[in-house]
Design a binder for this molecule. Structure first.
Ligand code: PMT
Length: 220
């Protein structure tokens, strides 16, 4: 019975893109729609989990039965996820978080001038890395959005971030990655096992990811 598989488990899921302001009318963002994370949240709820979804996306309907928290910047994403991290059994980071933000946010709309504009960017916090360092009972799952050397980068992330599983998607492959309703993912585990999924809807991908996590939790 699908309903029972995640009963009693607290799941923290992140979704969508962050937005880093340059001035009151402009920001830096990326192509993540939030669909992958929302599909995970909906399917986890159907499997009986207590779900918190921290989302940078503000245009998708609120998933039924899910505690939805909207954020905008990487810093807000960090603050909100950390509030729920300690009590979570499973954490899945499908959000596309900005790695850099403008060092200075102009309080007024920037006026155009002649010549080029150079914007100095500073690093944001790496939330997955931070979680890997603080991790206790949590089963920590990161995503890797890559365009090349998928397997190598996924394995490096697994180690560096101290994650239990990295879900890699080749965001240049037809039918995979950002914005669409389908994805093609490969799951890399800490124990070196690998599971490749075919092209599936994001909902079906989510179900398979959650089932894989349940299996791994059972192994421990
Ligand atoms: O939202 P959709 O349109 O449905 O698209 C889904 C997706 C392509 C966004 C999703 O499947 C995906 O791959 N998400 C991760 C995107 C990403 O930012 O990957 P990354 O390789 O840059 O980051 C690796 C991991 O570190 C991710 O789990 C990310 O959440 C996390 N991270 C990144 C930067 C940062 N400052 N803090 C983080 O925690």
């Amino acid at each position: 019975n699908q309903k029972q598989l995640l009963k009693g488990k607290k799941i923290l899921i992140t979704a969508g893109a962050t937005k880093e302001k340059l001035d009151p009318v402009r920001y830096f963002t990326n192509r993540s729609s939030g669909k992958m994370g929302y599909a995970l949240a909906e399917e986890a709820n159907k499997m009986g989990a207590e779900v918190t979804l921290i989302s940078g996306s503000d245009h998708l309907p609120k998933p039924f039965g899910v505690n939805l928290i909207n954020i905008s910047t990487a810093e807000e994403m960090f603050q909100e996820t950390m509030k729920y991290f300690n009590h979570a059994d499973i954490v899945i980071k499908s959000a596309a978080v900005a790695d850099y933000r403008p060092k200075i946010i102009s309080p007024e709309k920037m006026k155009k001038k002649s010549g080029n504009l150079v914007v100095e960017m500073e690093r944001t916090k790496d939330i997955l890395l931070e979680m890997g360092q603080r991790k206790d009972q949590q089963f920590l799952v990161g995503f890797a959005a890559e365009t090349n050397n998928i397997e190598q980068y996924a394995r490096e992330k697994l180690k560096k971030k101290n994650a239990d599983m990295i879900i890699a998607n080749d965001v240049t492959a037809q039918g995979a990655g950002f914005a669409g309703d389908t994805n093609i993912v490969t799951m890399f585990h800490k124990d070196n096992s690998v599971k490749e999924l075919p092209l599936l809807t994001k909902h079906e991908t989510a179900k398979q990811i959650l089932t894989e996590i349940v299996l791994k939790l059972g192994d421990d």
